[in-house]
Write a protein that binds this ligand. Structure first.
Ligand SMILES: [Zn+2]
Ligand SMILES: [Zn+2]
Ligand SMILES: [Zn+2]
Length: 153
């Protein structure tokens, strides 16, 4: 192994104090930011998380955290379909469900936002909507009867 590997500064060992919580943390505890002095945000990842969520929520659905919380409270903190109180998502937050046919996948407008759903229902609803016509057709025609008739004839 070459010596230069040990001499080079290891970014992971540098410390930085978070301007939000005031705790001194490893540089890796801060998100990367291209146009800043040390290439990192001044707030640690933990302190930035709610801000990132707020920005994403506003950008994607034009909704503030306050509005989200009010809607969730009106739903009694439950998923509108299966009524669970667990979000089943990584962040522990319910998904904002919207009609993909209106705005597409990554965005929803005031018109097409429907409610807050747990991750399970949100995923399944998307699947259901995609294949809705096929499903109805399938249920109505029960193709196995015809296929069987074909086989036995
Ligand atoms: Zn912090
Ligand atoms: Zn659900
Ligand atoms: Zn829309």
């Amino acid at each position: 192994m070459s010596e230069s590997l040990h001499i080079s500064t290891n970014e992971g060992d540098l410390l930085k104090t978070c301007t939000e919580c005031g705790v001194e943390k490893l540089l890796t505890a801060f998100h990367k930011k291209t146009h800043s002095q040390d290439g990192r945000y001044n707030e640690c990842k933990e302190c930035r998380r709610p801000k990132v969520r707020a920005i994403t929520l506003m950008k994607t659905f034009g909704m503030t955290i306050e509005e989200y919380d009010i809607i969730l409270a009106q739903q009694n903190g439950r998923c509108m379909i299966c009524k669970t109180k667990r979000a089943f998502s990584n962040g522990g937050k319910f998904c904002v469900d919207h009609n993909w046919q209106c705005c597409g996948g990554g965005h929803g407008c005031e018109e097409c936002i429907r409610g807050l759903l747990c991750q399970n229902c949100n995923t399944r609803l998307g699947w259901l909507e995609t294949f809705w016509e096929n499903i109805m057709d399938y249920l109505e025609h029960r193709p196995l009867r015809d296929l069987r008739a074909l086989v036995s004839s």
